[in-house]
Design a protein around this ligand. Structure first.
Ligand code: HEM
Length: 409
């Protein structure tokens, strides 16, 4: 048992400005595996923080007791009209409704479909490094980590890459914590998004091509075409979910490796051998999605803790990924860790990350490029982390490396 009281504050983004608050996670594991966390009335009050890996999996898998639909999946309660609108997104649905929507895009994300993109993704990753390698200095986040996910989502949807990058910038504002972005900024972003998706819907309905945005424009659920609200929700989900998650992983992963020079050197020397376990370990260690929320639909027990109907339950993937009962020396980076049953992509159940196969391909491509082409990596100044308790990763991080020639003419 830890005797020193650790201040637990997993609501304010200040706790996440240096990466994951691992001292807090450690305290929770040792003292309160299911912990009641007070929070301001404006967000609908406090929430349960679930840290043990087995309980995170239990909540994720039991959508009857722990609903995504009842009150959405964000820690803050939404006003009734926004809550209703948020339910157009499959993230905020429960089965069986959720299954009907997920089916529309599921086949595009299975391993076989994702593997067809490997060559394209390798090419994009190589181009991204071409754009920075001669200069010997760049922003790790804007110039490297953030580009690939935006380009990939853009190609999947069938939109120009620069539009993918712009949409991705908007997701950052949408994911930034409530205490860091004004309501006006959020409202502006929402309007820009709505205009973009309305135009896309029209264009892909009238001139369909072989891409996901066209497929969705013509898809049917329960005998009707997607409404414009449902269409927008799908596009937003795909851009959001695939964007700052992968960016956080690559950005945060590179920073972690710079902080562990021996491990970085070993990874460069044994890239092929280490790659499969290294990807999983970076996912565990970085945990780009920090938590999601569910709402209890009945009075129930979670471990030894009584949860009341209607209470918020926050599943902290990032804490579960450092559960000492599952991971030996959880705060240590071990690129050979095996087994590594992390929950960075979710704890199983209906909402398990749709894009996990794409994400792994993107991560591998990007790290292969970085390890083989950017030598003598170092930080130019202190990185700035995304001020968010929801997604974790650097927002800005200037890096320096030995300049080299482009790989592509
Ligand atoms: C390192 C990268 C990524 C991480 C860590 C990550 C993590 C997650 C997590 C934790 C969830 C929620 C799981 C749950 O509630 O059970 C999720 C859901 C989702 N992810 Fe990912 N994700 C990543 C990349 C991607 C990519 C590249 C895409 C798509 C191109 C994607 C698409 C989605 C979608 C659509 C959902 C919602 C699924 C549903 O509601 O059924 N993700 N992801």
């Amino acid at each position: 048992m830890t005797t020193t009281p650790t201040r637990i504050d997993l609501w304010s983004s200040a706790s996440f400005l240096q990466g994951q608050p691992i001292d807090q996670y450690r305290w929770l594991h040792e003292n309160a595996p299911v912990y009641w966390h007070d929070a301001p009335d404006e967000i609908g009050g406090g929430f349960w923080v679930v840290s043990p890996l087995d309980l995170v999996k239990q909540v994720s898998s039991d959508n009857k007791l722990f609903s995504s639909y009842a009150n959405g999946t964000m820690l803050y309660d939404l006003p009734e009209d926004s809550l209703r609108a948020s339910r157009a997104m499959m993230l905020n649905m429960d089965p069986p409704q959720h299954n009907r929507y997920r089916k529309l895009v599921g086949p595009q994300f299975i391993p076989k479909s994702a593997r067809k993109w490997e060559v394209d993704i390798d090419e994009l990753a190589s181009q991204i490094i071409d754009e920075v390698c001669e200069a010997g200095e760049c922003d790790l986040v804007a110039d490297i980590a953030g580009k690939l996910p935006s380009y990939v989502v853009a190609r999947l949807l069938g939109i120009p890459p620069e539009v993918g990058v712009r949409l991705y910038d908007l997701t950052e504002i949408m994911h930034t914590a409530l205490d860091s972005v004004t309501p006006e900024q959020r409202a502006k972003v929402a309007v820009e998004y709505a205009e973009f998706t309305a135009n896309l819907h029209k264009e892909k309905t009238e001139n369909p091509t072989a891409d996901l945005a066209s497929r969705l424009a013509h898809a049917e659920v329960d005998g009707h075409k997607l409404t414009s609200q449902e269409y927008q929700a799908f596009i937003t989900l795909l851009v959001n979910a695939g964007g700052d998650t992968t960016r956080g992983l690559v950005g945060g992963g590179v920073l972690t490796l710079i902080q562990h020079p021996d491990i970085l050197a070993d990874f460069r020397a044994r890239t092929d051998e280490l790659m499969p376990t290294a990807i999983e370990e970076l996912l565990r260690y970085q945990s780009p999605v920090v938590h999601f929320r569910r709402t209890a639909t009945e009075d129930t027990m979670l471990g030894d803790t009584a949860i009341k109907k209607g209470e918020k339950v926050a599943i902290f993937y990032a804490a579960a990924n450092r559960d000492p009962a599952v991971f030996e020396n959880p705060d240590e980076l071990d690129l050979e860790r095996d087994p590594n049953p992390h929950v960075a992509f979710g704890g199983g159940g209906p909402h398990f990350c749709l894009g996990s196969h794409f994400a792994r391909i993107e991560i591998e491509s990007m790290f292969r490029q970085i390890l083989s082409r950017l030598h003598n990596l170092e930080l130019v100044d202190e990185p700035v982390w995304v001020p968010s308790n929801f997604t974790s990763g650097p927002q800005r991080a200037r890096i320096r490396f030995t300049p080299s020639a482009k790989a592509n003419a």
